[in-house]
Write a protein that binds this ligand. Sequence first.
Ligand code: DGY
Length: 326
Amino acid sequence: MSLPLVLLTHTLPPDWLASLDGRICAVSGPVDATSLTPHLETHLSEAEGLFCLLTIPMRKELLDRMPRLRVVCNMAVGVDNVDVAECTRRGIPVGNTPDILTAATADLTMALLLAAARRLPEAAQDARAGRWKTWSPTGWLGADLRGATLGIVGMGKIGRAVAERARGFGLRIVYIDTSPRQDIEAELGSTFLSLDELIRQSDFISLHCPLTSDTRGLINEFALRKMKPTAVLVNAARGPVVDTVALVRALSEGWIAAAALDVTDPEPLPSDHPLYSLPNCLIVPHIGSATRGTRRRMAEMACENLLAGLEGRRLPYCVNPEVYKT
Ligand code: DGY
């Protein structure tokens, strides 16, 4: 019996994909692919499975070219790169990798928040460049965390994990989500606010919402202008939640103090982008889940989804379980 053909949009370490050995016929793109390679394109019509990363959009036009497709596995918790509604319409289950990256992403969020609050990029750069002449009582002054207010936009699993960590630093937590979360309020002493109030009250604002039509551009010029001039914005969610053009102005004209970004719009930013020239903007290359254990487990979970889909079983981590109701 012939093995099902699976498109792996990227090359991953073979030991992460060990469970697929002997069970699929794989055609892979390069490790750094940002679009489907011509070689992969020639196999679209035969592919029964798709294993993809968030860097390549999986839209209707592509799905139209994959008539035999039976399962889509995104190696990420976010699935905004996949047209899930279109997959559902076609009865194709879409898998993601939830929960496993919560701790790593929350850790990175705190690293970004602390680095921006204490101006680590500037201070490190000054030390390296010989500008550290003496212990300076007024040099590199940053923001105090204890007693300050952290506004969390999106109190899902990652937002909550950030809140847990932030409490250890003495931050007061306020949040916004689609509705108040009584369990979290009791456990973490956090307060539900409107976005407007959260923006006005927060010293630090950390974004953890998914990218949807409601959250695209949520942090726009209007929102940025309402933030405190001392505010620090952290984005470890998705780049388009923030209006990049407005952010450049906010940082260069002092509407807010600093930003720390794990994600950008576009992603990556061109190397001459104005955000890179601003000393109060820290940018890292979408590394929220980038720990060795987390990334390996994400790949393994995506493989579990893939094999389940190919074998006609329910995906263990499925974002459109309604496909099983018909
Ligand atoms: C995700 O999984 O959605 C992250 O952005 C990458 O790990």
